[in-house]
Design a protein around this ligand. Sequence first.
Ligand code: HEM
Length: 278
Amino acid sequence: MIKMTAAALSISLLMAGGNTLAQQGAMEKKMEMAGPVDRAKILAAPGVSGNFSTYKVRPDYYRLSAAERKGAAAQVLAVVEKHKAKIIVDAYLTRGFEAKSDYLLRIHSYDMAATQAFLVDFRATRFGMNSDVTENLVGITKGLNYITKDKSPDLNKGLSSATYAGDAPRYAFMIPVKKNADWWNLSDEQRLKEMETHTLPTLGNLVNVKRKLYHSTGLDDTDFITYFETADLGAFNSLMLALAKVPENKYHVRWGSPTVMGTIHSFENVVNMLSMGN
Ligand code: HEM
């Protein structure tokens, strides 16, 4: 049996720890040197993880000195920079629109664990540690299930030929949707028919609303996370009313709760606005 003195043991533990730290440092350096995630590509790809989280800034944050709050954005940006090879993060200001949150983050990655690693680092920043999570939903992107070239050629053509023609979107919405067991027990043909009835009145809104769908069944307590951007709140209201009137709506057990509305900004601006008021 090998006997080790306490001193030798602590030296070897220190060395092992040093090694781990060195390896971790090298890995972080490698991550920083890698190119950023291709935004257009990840936003169009299937199999991408989407993470939505809303936060409320703690009142205590405003007791910190202005100098401390001023440095918050730089600290957050350093964390974004560190993870830029694996994730992209979009930020939205919800203060003034939502009672339970001040900002929303939408994060995409090819690996949900990479999103988690970013969020762990973000919550260790001064701004992150002064923010309470008030909602968190995860989902993944997929190809079309219903309105495909084969199953619904005309609507598929309508979907792919329409393009957004409005002003640059200033508002974003996150709306979770869950359907009941009756929906999931419809036949494939019946669900296709209902989704065609969903698509027909909404196609016209592709000129003034951008949409993105995330699938969450089994990954979270919802079936879908829907995400929209628009510059036209009236058009978005009419769109929601049109969808409230289609039979598919009878199968919804969650349609919002919460509906999160925010204005679109850079992450830096969101942190600065909430830290410095500008
Ligand atoms: C520009 C407006 C919209 C258009 C063109 C549109 C179109 C579509 C299409 C084509 C699908 C089927 C995707 C597939 O084939 O897998 C779909 C699915 C879906 N849409 Fe919309 N949609 C719009 C707005 C909305 C809104 C405002 C909501 C509600 C908040 C919504 C909620 C959903 C949900 C939850 C699904 C998934 C349904 C399921 O797979 O059971 N959509 N949408």
